[in-house]
Design a protein around this ligand. Structure first.
Ligand code: ITT
Length: 245
């Protein structure tokens, strides 16, 4: 169900707008900043009550993006992300948001992580954030765009720093010698799994190769991002894709 006042609302846009499916304010803020710098305004959609039943980040990102595309009738982007800790065999992974139980707060999740890692020495505290982005032109888009960013670091012994969200206060960033929560937001966006994935997505939108070894198979130029009037091509895009086949 749509959250009142948020979903379906198209801000007075000076450029292109894009529906982003997330109920996480921290994520939303970061995505808004990075896409804003690319001239794309975010229209938030809260996937309230939606079960994330996937067994992988990419499946959950697709579930959220598909739901938002269906509910809004517009192209939609979703982020599924989490922390992979080597000493915990990859946990909390796709369960990062509910590591301390359903409805857990960031503080609860961090507390559980620190407890689980209490006896783990520094040299075995390696971890990384993953961010999977799924972009769908419409709910039945057979060619979703998928982008993946990874950010390597270590789990600290205690929380430090006031920026960011989630596990940022206990995620040590080796390149800067501090926690992710001690980085200025713009610096985090430059380094982070999410920043990387968003820039990768932009390359796919532009039809550019994802990497130097890739031939490039993105949807060329993004006409399916909404126009300033807020009207997206929606199902029309699907027809065009099918007609071309
Ligand atoms: P939506 O599904 O509505 O987007 P969510 O918080 O449930 O919100 P996820 O299922 O993708 O999102 O869970 C991601 C969790 O991983 C998030 O709640 C954080 O605890 C953690 N996480 C992801 N990115 C992070 C980041 O940049 N910094 C700190 N923690 C992060």
């Amino acid at each position: 169900m749509n959250a009142p006042g948020m979903n379906g609302h198209v801000p007075a846009a000076h450029g292109r707008t894009l529906v982003v499916a997330t109920g996480n304010a921290g994520k939303l803020h970061e995505i808004t900043e990075v896409l804003g710098a690319l001239g794309i305004a975010v229209v938030p959609f809260v996937p309230e009550g939606l079960a994330e039943t996937g067994r992988s980040f990419v499946e959950n990102a697709l579930i959220k993006a598909r739901h938002a595309a269906l509910e809004t009738g517009r192209p939609a982007l979703a982020d599924d992300s989490g922390l992979e800790v080597d000493a915990l065999q990859g946990a909390p992974g796709i369960y990062s948001a509910r590591y301390a139980g359903e409805g857990a707060s960031d503080g609860d999740n961090v507390a559980r992580l620190l407890t689980e890692m209490a006896d783990v020495p520094d040299e075995r505290r390696s971890a990384r954030f993953h961010c999977l982005l799924a972009y769908l032109r419409h709910p039945e888009d057979p060619i979703p765009l998928i982008a993946h960013g990874v950010w390597e670091g270590r789990v600290l012994h205690a929380s430090t720093g006031a920026h960011g969200f989630g596990y940022d206060p206990v995620f040590y960033v080796p390149s800067h010698g501090c926690s992710a929560a001690e980085l200025a937001p713009a610096v985090k966006n430059r380094l982070s799994h999410r920043g990387q994935a968003l820039r990768q997505l932009r390359r796919l939108w532009d039809g550019l190769p994802k990497t130097d070894n890739d031939i490039g198979h993105g949807h060329p130029s993004p006409p399916w991002i909404l126009s300033p009037s807020g009207e997206g091509p929606g199902w029309g895009v699907k027809k065009r894709v099918f007609n071309r086949a």
